[in-house]
Design a protein around this ligand. Structure first.
Ligand SMILES: Cc1ncc(COP(=O)(O)O)c(C=O)c1O
Length: 383
C-alpha cells in the first residue's frame, strides 16, 4: 500500500508541484541574495521576496506588505513578538492550550523577571470561555498571547472575541496561527490582531525554514537579531524601517520562493474551500474512528469547533505503540506523545501518556481516514 501521511500539523506534505518547481528554479537559475546587489538577478531575487510578502499580506488581510516580517518559522516569530514587546512590570494573559513556542518563551521571560504570566485554563476539550480571559485582565496587562487552534486537539480558541476584550482593556493581542494560517480564515485588520505569528511550512504549503510575523500599526518591537540589512549600512543600530528592522542577515530566498508558490496555491483554491475540505475530512474521521473498539477521542469532536487535528488513545496501548504499529504494518504516519504542549495535555488529562495525533492536509482524502480506522481496528483486536 502507498504510505499515508497524517502529520500535517507538524509540517505539510506533499507540497503543490509549483512549490517544488519554485525552489528548484530559484536555486538553479537565480541563486543570489535578496536586497544585497544592484545587478539584475539580485534585483529579481528581491522582487521575488516582495511578491511573497504581498501574497502573505493579501492572505492575512494586512494593509501593508512591509508589516509582514519573514522569519524561519512560527517559533522565531513568537520569540520576536514576546521578547520584542514585553518589559519589566508587564503582565501577560495566555491560555493553558499553548504550544511550547509560546509557553517556554513566556516561562523564560518570567524567570528573567520581565513578564508576569497568567495562564487561563481551558475546558477539558480545549475550548476557552472568553469570560475566563476577561477575568484575568489586570491594569498592567500588556498582552494576550493566544493559540488560534490547538496543535494537540485542533480546538479553535475565541481569538476574535479575545481581541475585542483586549482592546477594551488597553492590551495588545498576539495570535499563534501555526495551525490556522492557510486553513482557517484570518483577517488581521478586521479582527484587530496586533501581532500574528505563522509558519510557512504547514497550511501555507511552503518549505521548512519559512514563516513570519505580522506587526500591526502602532506596535514597535525591539529586534531579536542585529546585523546587516543591505541598506542604511552606516547606521549603528537597526533601521526603523519595516521590514528591515527585524530581518537582519541573508534571507532564505529559495524557501521564500517556495512559500510564495504555496500561498498562491492557497489563494487560488481559497481558504474557505480548504476549510470546507478539512471540515469534511474531520467529520468523516470522527465518524469512522468512533467505530474503533476502545478508541477515545480528545477535544471537541465537532468539525465546527476544530481544525484538521484529532488526538486519541487506544485502550491498553501507549500512543507510541499505536504510532509504531501504524507506521510498521500500514505505512501510516502519525505523531505520538506530548506534541510540544505539556500544559495542553494537562488540560485534557493526558500529561502522563500523551496521545496519538492524526492531522490532515489539503491533499488527504476520506479514503486515507477509512484506512486509518481499519488499521486501528486491526491493532485494537490484537490487544
Ligand atoms: C501551535 C503551534 N505553535 C508554534 C509552532 C511552531 O512552529 P514552527 O515549527 O514554524 O516554529 C507549532 C508547530 O510546530 C504549533 O503547532
Amino acid at each position: 500500500v502507498a504510505p499515508v501521511y497524517l502529520d500535517n500539523a507538524a509540517t505539510s506534505f506533499p507540497k503543490p508541484e509549483e512549490v517544488y518547481r519554485a525552489v528548484d528554479r530559484f536555486m538553479r537559475e537565480n541563486g543570489t541574495s535578496a536586497g544585497r546587489g544592484q545587478y539584475s538577478r539580485a534585483v529579481a531575487a528581491e522582487e521575488l521576496v516582495l511578491e511573497t510578502r504581498k501574497l502573505l499580506a493579501e492572505l492575512l488581510g494586512a494593509d501593508e506588505p512591509s508589516r509582514v516580517i519573514l522569519t524561519s518559522g512560527a517559533t522565531e516569530a513568537i520569540n520576536l513578538a514576546l521578547r520584542g514587546l514585553l518589559r519589566p512590570g508587564d503582565h501577560v494573559v495566555t491560555s493553558s492550550m499553548e504550544h511550547n513556542a509560546v509557553w517556554r518563551c513566556l516561562k523564560a521571560l518570567q524567570a528573567e523577571g520581565v513578564a508576569d504570566v497568567t495562564a487561563v485554563p481551558s475546558l477539558p476539550d480545549g475550548r476557552l470561555p472568553p469570560e475566563r480571559v476577561e477575568q484575568a485582565f489586570r491594569p498592567n496587562t500588556r498582552l494576550v498571547a493566544l493559540v488560534q487552534a490547538s496543535n494537540v486537539t485542533g480546538t479553535l480558541l475565541p481569538v476574535d472575541r479575545v481581541a475585542e476584550l483586549a482592546r477594551a482593556h488597553g492590551a495588545l493581542v498576539l495570535v499563534d496561527a501555526a495551525q490556522t494560517a492557510g486553513v482557517f480564515p484570518i483577517h488581521v485588520t478586521r479582527t484587530g490582531i496586533d501581532l500574528l505569528a505563522f509558519p510557512g511550512h504547514k497550511g501555507l504549503l511552503g518549505p521548512p525554514g519559512t514563516g513570519g510575523l505580522y506587526i500591526g500599526p502602532g506596535v514597535r518591537l525591539r529586534p531579536l537579531k542585529w546585523g546587516g540589512t543591505g541598506r542604511e549600512s552606516l547606521l549603528e543600530d537597526m533601521p526603523e524601517t519595516l521590514p528591515d528592522r527585524y530581518e537582519a542577515g541573508t534571507l532564505n530566498v529559495p524557501g521564500l520562493a517556495g512559500l510564495g508558490a504555496g500561498v498562491r496555491y492557497v489563494l487560488e483554491r481559497g481558504v474557505d474551500d480548504i476549510r470546507e475540505h478539512e471540515k469534511t475530512l474531520i467529520a468523516h474521521a470522527l465518524e469512522v474512528l468512533a467505530r474503533v473498539p476502545g478508541l477515545r477521542i480528545y477535544g471537541p469532536a465537532d468539525p465546527n469547533e476544530q481544525v484538521g487535528v484529532i488526538s486519541f488513545n487506544l485502550a491498553g496501548l501507549g500512543p507510541e505503540q499505536v504510532a509504531y504499529a501504524l507506521d510498521e504494518a500500514y505505512g501510516i504516519m502519525v505523531r505520538a506523545g506530548l506534541h510540544c504542549a505539556p500544559s495542553a495535555h494537562r488540560t485534557i488529562g493526558t500529561v502522563e501518556t500523551g496521545t496519538v495525533r492524526a492531522s490532515v492536509g489539503v491533499f488527504n482524502t476520506e479514503q486515507d481516514l477509512d484506512y486509518l480506522a481499519r488499521a486501528l481496528t486491526e491493532i485494537a483486536a490484537l490487544v
